[in-house]
Unconditional design. Sequence first.
Length: 531
Amino acid sequence: MKLPKNIASTSQQFSSSYVEELSSLLQEKEAIIADNKRLIDQKCHIIEEQQKRIAILEEYLRLERHRRFGPSSEKNTAQGELFNEAEQLEQQANTADGEESKPQPPKKKGGRKGLSPAIPREQIYLTLSEEDKAGALDTFFVKVKEELDIIPAKVRVLEYLQEKAVFEDDNAQRTIKSALQPQHPLPKSVASTGMLAYIIVAKYMDALPLHRLEGIFNRYGGSVTRTTMANWLIKLARPLQPLINLLRDHQLVYELIQADETRIQVLKEPGRSPTSNKYMWVTLGGPPEQPAVLFTYDASREKEVPLRLFEGYQGYLQTDGYAAYDAVCQENSITRLGCWDHARRKFVEAKKAEPQHTSQTGNVSKATIALNMIAKLYRIEKDIKGLDIQQKYQIRQKHAKPQLDNIRKWLDKHKDKVPKDGKIGQAFTYLDNQWDKLVVYCESGILPISNIKAENAIRPFAVGRKNWMFADTPQGAYASATYYSLIETAKANDLEPYDYLRIVLKALPYADSVEKLEALLPWNVDKSLLS
């Protein structure tokens, strides 16, 4: 049965409009779904970024907690033990084949160490009474005890009495001849050279601020204000500068210099705010038997400072990863040498920042793997300690270079698989960026694996800074650099700083030639005068 044309037309129009309406609704729903999907993706991305940020902040929180409450040592007791199965199997195989294992050195006995034989001795005799010795065949003494004694500082006044002789000539004219007065590095000062040496050692070696020294002198009867002592130190640094210049020249002729820098606060530095950072630079160089340690103050940490310090130097320069040293290395053809301590320290921080459950699950983290791989390099250095330069070079080529190749392969495999902003990512980035400098130490047996000697040289300054906190003027900072240089150089050459400074200050006014100044260098000074 056919529908009427008007009814069929109406039905077709209704069907068409209905389809169009459904299609429009469907498109609107699809648009809404697409918007919701984009919103969900956006929210998921935000949540993912927030989770990454939270994970990084948790790392920093764990690291700060460890710095505050945990041990400060970077030593890992398990280091080197996770990946030495091959060495253990090789040792077992050699033993099974009849090869004798290396005898282990005897363990050191515990207990208190004896007192140094270099300390002067004063014998105290414990005697028997005449009644107790009556009828004895003989008597003798036996040492039964040693006690360490100290005599506190004593203040005294040295009075110089000048002898004068009166002469009379034929014309009854009288003349007077006087004995020569000893010269003094600070002619108008009331401080003896011994007292000046004591103040220098107390402030710059024992980290005693001048106000505490003022109290000590007052307690012993000598009234000297901190302002007076500060003026003495600033003025005394000027005649000592030629000696510092000789030490600088001594450093520049050797083929290795180690350098580091740390902050110092100087209140009255022109053009700088009192709270801004200024820097104390330290360099360590010279032959191993004649090391020289020099401190240099500068308000800047820019590349101009190392350009000035190492002008004309050609050799190896070992530093941390600070980029300011690159300019001087490029300009003077200096070979830059990296520090494995700094590379290892990055992974130590990453290890400390790991969540606790990482170690509890038994999974070995990348930080742990890196630390154990680096530990093998340090174990090689421990084994070659005491060998000559050529032997060190050969052993490094045979054992250290293959281990460096293993570390490089492992680094290339995993460096793109860790979050860049996390502690482990920062450790990977540092190791990757510094790699060319870190492998240089294998080029020669004279090169150390780390910059630890420079860090150790600058540590007394960092410790003292916690006590005296700041320098008032740039002149005080320059003077501090002079005294730290002399003290640390004396210590590096196994000299007692007080005795060395006392000799230097007494002889300094008479050192009117380069030869006489060279005689005051720590390795040239008359050792008999140090007792």
